[in-house]
Each structure stands twice: as structure tokens, then as C-alpha cells.
Design a protein around this ligand. Structure first.
Ligand code: AMP
Length: 190
């Protein structure tokens, strides 16, 4: 199985690159942000609880997102592999993901980390807010909270995967196809 952690701050281009990767390598895309937004749309209790945090740019509790990933892994027992997008975001999530994959006799193959400076992220997110109507992309204070959450709680995960020789950092500024080619090269060389 090919299991990819697609990593990077909000606005780094993870969703865009995931679209290419799922097609090229026949993988299932698991974005915890997308799953949470669909829970909100459906008006579930989980969605309503998560919305309060998401609207402030704060992480939702670990157990909530771990439970979502667990059920998606169970729903797709015969997949070629998974792209984890926006997950894991904390040490606890990373450890639990390892356990869940271990139960399926598999593991994370690689972490692809897209790096983009904060100023560019803010610019991209504000533009996406206009294009998509996403509430958490429309307010600069919320965007700053999300980037802070990433810097404090999520960036340390690079060390978690670096210690396992799985971390690859890629400059996330450039054309979409240029970046996609770089990601393909890394995967093909695994
Ligand atoms: P995203 O679409 O990945 O930018 O996520 C949007 C929001 O959903 C985040 O700002 C968090 O509030 C929440 N979220 C998504 N994934 C996670 C996660 N793995 N852990 C905690 N919160 C998450």
C-alpha cells in the first residue's frame, strides 16, 4: 500500500495536489477538513460542535478526527492506499494513525510537506474565501489563528516523520504542475 501524509499549513496547496495524486496512484483521499465540512452541511451533532472551533480557526478535539479516520479506513478495506490531507495535526493523531495502520498491517510510506511563507498563505486563503465562500478563509484573524495552530501544534510532526526518514519537504510556491511533478518524482523513487 502507498500511504501518504500530505502536509503543510492551510493554503499550502494540499487539496490541489491531492487531486493529482489520487488519480496518478489510485488512492483514496481522506481530508478531515472536508469530512468535517460535510458533517456541518448535514447538521449532525458532531458537525455543530466542530463548527464552533473551526469558525475560530482552532483544532477540533483529537478523538473526533481520529474516530472519523478510523471509520474511513474501515469503510475502504481493499484500497491501494490513502492520502491523509490535514491529518494528522497533533502528536496524538500521528501516533493513533500509526496504530490504526498497523492493525491493517501497513504504515505511512512518506510525508510530503509543502512549505509556503505566511504572507503568501494569507493572500491565497483570502482569495479562496472569495472564490469558495468558506467562512474560515474570509477573516484575517481566523486565518492567523489557523496558521498559529499549525505552527505550534502541527509543525512538530515533521520531526516525528523525519526520525523515521519519511519526511520530504517541497517548496509549495510555483506552478501547480511543477509541484505535482516534484511530488511524483519523490513517490516514484520510494
Ligand atoms: P482544513 O480544511 O484542513 O484547513 O481544516 C479546516 C478546519 O477543520 C481546521 O481549521 C480545524 O478546525 C478542523 N480540522 C481539520 N482537520 C483537523 C485535524 N486533523 N485535527 C483537528 N482539527 C482539524
Amino acid at each position: 500500500m502507498l500511504n501518504i501524509v500530505l502536509f503543510g499549513p492551510p493554503g499550502a496547496g494540499k487539496g490541489t495536489q491531492a487531486d493529482f495524486l489520487i488519480k496518478n496512484y489510485n488512492l483514496i483521499h481522506l481530508s478531515t477538513g472536508d469530512i468535517l465540512r460535510s458533517e456541518i452541511k448535514e447538521g449532525t451533532t458532531l458537525g455543530l460542535e466542530a463548527k464552533k472551533l473551526m469558525d475560530n480557526g482552532l483544532l477540533v478535539p483529537d478523538d473526533v478526527v481520529i474516530g472519523m479516520i478510523k471509520s474511513q479506513l474501515e469503510k475502504n478495506p481493499t484500497s491501494n492506499g490513502f492520502i491523509f490531507d490535514g491529518f494528522p495535526r497533533t502528536q496524538k493523531q500521528a501516533k493513533e494513525l500509526d496504530k490504526l495502520l498497523n492493525q491493517k498491517s501497513t504504515s505511512i510510506s512518506v510525508m510530503l510537506s509543502l512549505t509556503v511563507d505566511d504572507q503568501e498563505l494569507i493572500k491565497r486563503l483570502l482569495k479562496r474565501g472569495i472564490d469558495s465562500g468558506r467562512a474560515d478563509d474570509q477573516n484575517e484573524n481566523i486565518i492567523t489563528n489557523r496558521i498559529n495552530e499549525y505552527n505550534i501544534k502541527t509543525t512538530p510532526l515533521k520531526d516525528y516523520y523525519r526520525l523515521q526518514n519519511k519526511l520530504h519537504e517541497i517548496n509549495g510556491i510555483g506552478s501547480v504542475s511543477e509541484i505535482a511533478n516534484k511530488l511524483n518524482q519523490i513517490i516514484d523513487n520510494l
